[in-house]
Ligand binder design. Structure first.
Ligand code: PGA
Length: 240
């Protein structure tokens, strides 16, 4: 089944998270054939949870450490104990703004597995890398963080070209397909369920064309996931 993940980033107060939950649960009841996950900011995991169980919860990140004296960090076990099924790792905002690199992401992946969380592992090239013709090499290097990840476990990999995130300029469906096909080739040895998500300026208007690509198994949605109506329309496109 395809997967649609809402990445709220550092948006929504408690009241706004509750308002989304109520508005989205009315719409989610009518959605079938798609798995849905919401990744709120850490303080509002309880508020963003679906009392009806129609959608799963995801963390936006977790620590590479198990626990202890790491002020400000949140562990994978904490997320699991709050009911999370997923954790987003390696988002480009974390790579580019917080200096996250492959060794750190390998540790985060290991922590996620220890807690039974399924990673939504993000990869994607910058505009300069694309223009230099380095896209597929960059993706391969980023995927090397998965070298120690158990290949029999379920995994989601989100292809999110950095130039498409929050810019209103999504990748053309053919561009997404080419990159995602290379990701699937690189991970061909895995035997667990592998889903490839596209992320980067997904909207209700472009979701259907992207979902129609053979390699696309769903979406990781930022800005358009903040509104219950637009996110439910994207979930509907992912289900088709
Ligand atoms: P966007 O963000 O949909 O706002 O482009 C996607 C993401 O960063 O996951």
């Amino acid at each position: 089944m395809n997967l649609a993940v809402a990445n709220w980033k550092m948006n929504k107060t408690r009241a706004e998270a509750l308002a989304f939950r109520d508005a989205f649960s009315r719409r989610a009841a009518a959605l079938s054939g798609v798995e849905i996950a919401i990744a709120p900011a850490f303080p509002f995991l309880a508020e963003a949870a679906d009392p009806g169980g129609r959608w799963a919860l995801s963390g936006q990140d977790c620590s590479g450490e198990k626990g202890g004296a790491f002020t400000g960090e949140v562990s994978s076990a904490m997320l699991a104990s709050c009911g999370c099924r997923y954790v987003i790792l390696g988002h480009s905002e974390r790579r580019l703004r917080f200096g996250e690199n492959t060794p750190l992401l390998s540790r985060k992946l290991a922590r996620a597995r220890e807690a039974g969380l399924t990673p939504v592992f993000c990869v994607g090239e910058t505009l300069a890398e694309r223009e230099a013709g380095a896209t597929l090499d960059v993706l391969a290097a980023q995927l090397s963080a998965l070298a120690e990840d158990p290949g029999g476990e379920a995994l989601a990999v989100a292809y999110e070209p950095v130039w498409a995130i929050g810019t209103g300029c999504n990748a053309a469906p053919e561009q997404a397909e080419e990159a995602m096909r290379s990701i699937r080739r690189a991970l061909a040895a895995r035997t667990g369920g592998l889903r490839l998500l596209y992320g980067g300026s997904v909207t209700p208007d472009n979701a259907a064309a992207l979902a129609a690509q053979p390699s696309v198994n769903g979406f990781l949605v930022g800005g358009a996931s903040l509104d219950p109506e637009s996110f439910s329309r994207i979930c509907l496109a992912a289900a088709a």
